[in-house]
Design a binder for this molecule. Structure first.
Ligand SMILES: *[C@@H]1O[C@H](CO)[C@@H](O)[C@H](O)[C@H]1NC(C)=O
Ligand SMILES: *[C@@H]1O[C@H](CO)[C@@H](O)[C@H](O)[C@H]1NC(C)=O
Ligand SMILES: *[C@@H]1O[C@H](CO)[C@@H](O)[C@H](O)[C@H]1NC(C)=O
Ligand SMILES: *[C@@H]1O[C@H](CO)[C@@H](O)[C@H](O)[C@H]1NC(C)=O
Ligand SMILES: *[C@@H]1O[C@H](CO)[C@@H](O)[C@H](O)[C@H]1NC(C)=O
Ligand SMILES: *[C@@H]1O[C@H](CO)[C@@H](O)[C@H](O)[C@H]1NC(C)=O
Length: 500
């Protein structure tokens, strides 16, 4: 499970936007294909567009990604200003056989992205407009929008949408800086899944630049086959320039964020607590268990909880400040008085050595999680350029014995670890699937509605070495492959967990 330069384990996050690649449709003459001579003039891009080469001052900043591990490399980055620029870029890259990737937050970590070598980055950072229609209950965003761009506007309109979760990493959470479209296109797990379904279930329509440079609107009524594919496998179908989502009246303007830090001897009680909800985590409740090294963890000499469930445990005698800490984050879409009875069964069994339970506005959710690890969007966006190698998984139910064995093992791994390896973490996200399951399986390409806890696997949490069946399901693959033949016959979009 760990690997010497693994910095993160099972970290849950969303990702980059869209990837594209090459093919040779081309009527375009090859002499126009020189990537090093590319300019706004040669491609007839609009005056607001920008072309950035490796020698340029801002190339490093423009191409910086959340993880350096198995990252794509670029010969040029283009920042288009208009949708027509994106069309020209897609046409150019496809015709000239240049691997390309469209990016927003650049958080994607799947190792397949590293197959983009000396490619073209299409940076969608000028596509971050946000508008809300509170009467129609719609949110319209540009394809490069980040979660932090839309949250305040949605809240000010008295609305909510299921946002991504925050993931703390070396005390810098990152959720607010993640692009909204890529997680959406891969399915999208969020804390409000129990109330509103997957993030992709909230998508009403999208304007998509396809491999041949056309623009189409995909919705329930227009190109509905493409719309089906976009919601679960969309990163393999095109570049979204604009998306319309459904928003909902706020369930509660004020919500609860509760953070607890426990010693590793609480592990059995925590796993019991998570497992106790079975298939029925209440819709307003979102649970995360996050295991990390913590220099402040209290001394634990008594490991009897683990011993009881695991008769011959690894001997765990931990010194102060050199061990695993188990952080439980609970977000509740309502007031504390309503949440309290749901907390009591956990707190009756184990006592945290640190806690912060706050009633906060919905819009502050991502900034309070994990003891305020990500106090602002700029703080989230500053956590880029580290090596992060991530594996995901998903479970239907808990094998408690196996979990306790794993946590004990991880705890002793951290104690023996050097400074770098101590930044390894693991993560469980358990959100209600009540609304997720109300939406029929055949409605979208997202295949795993019955997952109880994500460790993580929806497409964007895949590592890059999984079989397509694991990410997309054997059930959905034949239709996805048939649609690829229509919308991307040359497989230009083939770098984000390709399935053909
Ligand atoms: C949402 O709130 C508005 C304004 O308060 C109200 O008119 C509308 O009925 C609410 N919609 C739902 C579905 O509750
Ligand atoms: C875990 O260790 C702490 C600190 O030594 C102790 O206070 C607590 O009672 C222990 N809890 C369990 C469940 O063993
Ligand atoms: C709880 O967290 C918030 C946000 O990070 C912080 O402002 C507040 O001071 C914290 N409260 C306690 C008691 O630590
Ligand atoms: C990640 O890559 C960037 C770009 O090459 C580099 O500037 C940065 O130092 C790298 N980060 C680490 C931790 O090596
Ligand atoms: C953790 O489990 C693995 C697989 O069983 C084993 O190889 C490893 O030695 C264990 N590590 C620790 C630190 O207990
Ligand atoms: C682009 O592809 C779409 C989908 O296959 C097709 O309907 C359209 O005619 C193509 N456009 C061009 C200009 O080839």
């Amino acid at each position: 499970m760990y690997h010497h330069h693994v910095k993160l384990i099972l970290l849950a996050l969303g990702g980059l936007l869209l990837i594209g690649g090459a093919s040779c449709l081309s009527q375009q003459s090859r002499h126009l294909c020189g990537i090093n001579e590319l300019s706004t003039a040669s491609l007839r891009l609009s005056p607001g567009s920008e072309v950035v080469f490796p020698g340029d001052d801002d190339f490093g900043a423009v191409t910086l990604r959340w993880t350096n591990f198995s990252r794509p490399t670029y010969s040029v980055a283009v920042i288009p200003a208009l949708e027509s620029d994106v069309q020209k870029l897609a046409r150019f890259a496809t015709a000239c056989d240049i691997p390309f990737l469209a990016t927003s937050g650049a958080h994607g970590f799947d190792t397949t992205l590293g197959r983009v070598k000396q490619g073209l980055e299409i940076d969608l950072s000028r596509f971050r407009a946000v508008s809300i229609d509170a009467t129609a209950n719609t949110l319209i965003v540009g394809g490069g929008v980040r979660f932090s761009d839309m949250i305040d506007a949605v809240y000010a309109a008295g609305k909510e949408i299921s946002p991504l979760t925050t993931s703390p990493e070396q005390d810098h959470g990152t959720g607010p800086c993640v692009g909204m479209l890529s997680p959406t296109l891969a399915g999208g797990v969020g804390r409000y899944s129990g109330l509103h379904g997957m993030i992709s279930d909230q998508l009403l329509s999208a304007r998509v630049v396809t491999a041949n440079g056309s623009v189409v609107t995909a919705s329930a009524t227009e190109h509905s086959d493409l719309f089906w594919a976009l919601r679960g496998a969309g990163n393999n179908f095109g570049i979204v320039t604009e998306a319309t989502y459904r928003v909902f009246n706020l369930t509660s303007r004020i919500i609860v964020n509760a953070d607890y830090a426990f010693s590793p001897n609480a592990s059995a009680a925590i796993i019991d607590y998570f497992a106790s909800f079975g298939d029925n985590t209440p819709p307003k409740l979102a649970l995360i268990l996050f295991g990390k090294y913590d220099a402040n963890t209290k001394d634990v000499s008594n490991m009897h909880t683990i011993s009881a469930t695991h008769p011959s445990p690894t001997h765990l005698s931990c010194k102060r400040g050199t061990q695993l800490s188990l952080w439980v984050n609970i977000v509740y879409a309502g007031r504390l008085v309503e949440l309290q009875p749901l907390l009591d069964p956990l707190l009756a069994k184990v006592t945290p050595y640190r806690q912060n339970v706050s009633e906060i506005p919905w819009s502050q959710m991502l900034y309070y999680n994990f003891f305020g690890a990500t106090p602002s969007a700029p703080a989230a966006c500053a956590a880029k350029g580290l090596d992060r190698d991530i594996y995901g998984g998903a479970i239907k139910s808990y094998d408690k014995r196996e979990w306790n064995r794993f946590i004990a093992n991880f705890s002793s791994f951290l104690r023996g670890a050097d400074e770098a390896s101590r930044s390894s973490i693991f993560f469980i996200e358990q959100f209600s699937k009540v609304k997720v399951l109300q939406i029929p399986d055949e409605e979208t390409a997202y295949p795993w509605r019955d997952i109880t806890a994500h460790l993580y696997i929806y497409v964007n949490y895949g590592h890059g070495d999984e079989k397509s069946e694991v990410l997309y399901s054997a059930r959905k693959l034949p239709r996805l492959r048939a649609l690829k033949k229509i919308w991307d016959p040359e497989n230009a979009f083939r770098f984000a967990h390709p399935f053909v």
